[in-house]
Ligand binder design. Sequence first.
Ligand code: XLS
Ligand code: CA
Ligand code: CA
Length: 439
Amino acid sequence: MAEIFTGIGKIPYEGPKSKTPLAFKFYDAEKVVAGKKMKEHLPFAMAWWHTLCAEGRDIFGAGTTDKAFGAAQDTMEHARAKVDAGFEFMQKLGITEFCFHDTDTVPEADDINETNKRLDEITDYMLVKMKETGIKCLWGTANMFSNPRFVNGAGSTNSADVYCFAAAQVKKALDLTVKLGGRGYVFWGGREGYETLLNTDVKLELENIAALMKMAVEYGRKIGFKGDFLIEPKPKEPMKHQYDFDAMTSIAFLRQYGLDKDFKLNIEANHATLAGHTFAHDLRVSAINSMLGSIDVNTGDPLLGWDTDEFPKDVYDTTFAMLEVLRNGGIAGGFNFDAKTRRPSYTHEDMFLAFIHGMDTFALGLIKAAAIIEDGRIDNFIKEKYSSFNSGIGQKIRSGQTSLEELADHAAKLKKPEMPGSGKQEYLESVVNSVLFNN
Ligand code: XLS
Ligand code: CA
Ligand code: CA
């Protein structure tokens, strides 16, 4: 099979002083940081859809990037060309995993039975390439939002027949995920939400989504899927009210319907900020609920209110994200680049440059997060801030050995408490800057 990305070889690590565009400046796979190799901290994954399918189309214009990879669109030859391109791309970048939707890999036929045959065929080919290269599958998922049949949702649809098609796609995508040895299975809400209560039974829709997930867990465990099921929270887009709005909303949903033992969350940076949170906030909320499963690293633009899926570039963001990951003791999942190059960055070389930039930004985040922990000033400040709960009445509150009456007596004796101590935000921000820019 002919090389597709000609003129681009294996991307080397050259270090921070390098000016070679096609080289890593900070991502040094073998380098040990905080007790582990970078590649172990940061198992990066390529998203099939953005990398191999998205051509840069937007609502005002056609695609600008050639993703035909030498084959005619909407053919199985093209499906195979994408496999070839994907594995060559990952190998050259040293990316060890990929994520896919069923419909990213083959053109959908009119008849679901034919689509399933195509999926069997393409995954046979993917398996061959996986064996050849050692590249693995991070997670699989079913696209239950693009096809017009899902106009009113998949698990949340009003049509029992459409619900069966959603179920059939989940079943097949689980089969494929198991076949490819995927470590996770993702449900992103897609069209699971609504525009107006005038036409919506919210309770029925939520119950039906939960039932679909329950059946997915039952089936998945039956066919030997041992990984995590994941919900990927996202607000606003495409529906005005998305049922999986943010981490806390999704956790409440999972607990309400008894799904919290089998599910964790896949937190996407772009989705957290669309929900009005920082990326680190949704990571923290997931982590403290033992629900931090996997990460989509792509970010939005603070000036735009939609899901732009950009390559991570903000080292503050990746540092704060990696602080959450390190404090969580790592994650069982991976770091998926659900990211696309900007429409004017339309060459194949741009795809490499974008991944190099994104991987370097996360590597920097890892290095800086480890340095903040090592520095200790931030962690010590937080410890000290809450120290009134370590002894006396505070300790009694923490251990649940007190009552409202006792606390009221304590307040009455004090007459007036002292101020609780400065939050010192500006000082702490200066500590972060000093760690980030000290060397
Ligand atoms: C869309 C989501 C989607 C999921 C997988 O905004 O990010 O791509 O990651 O369905
Ligand atoms: Ca997104
Ligand atoms: Ca995503």
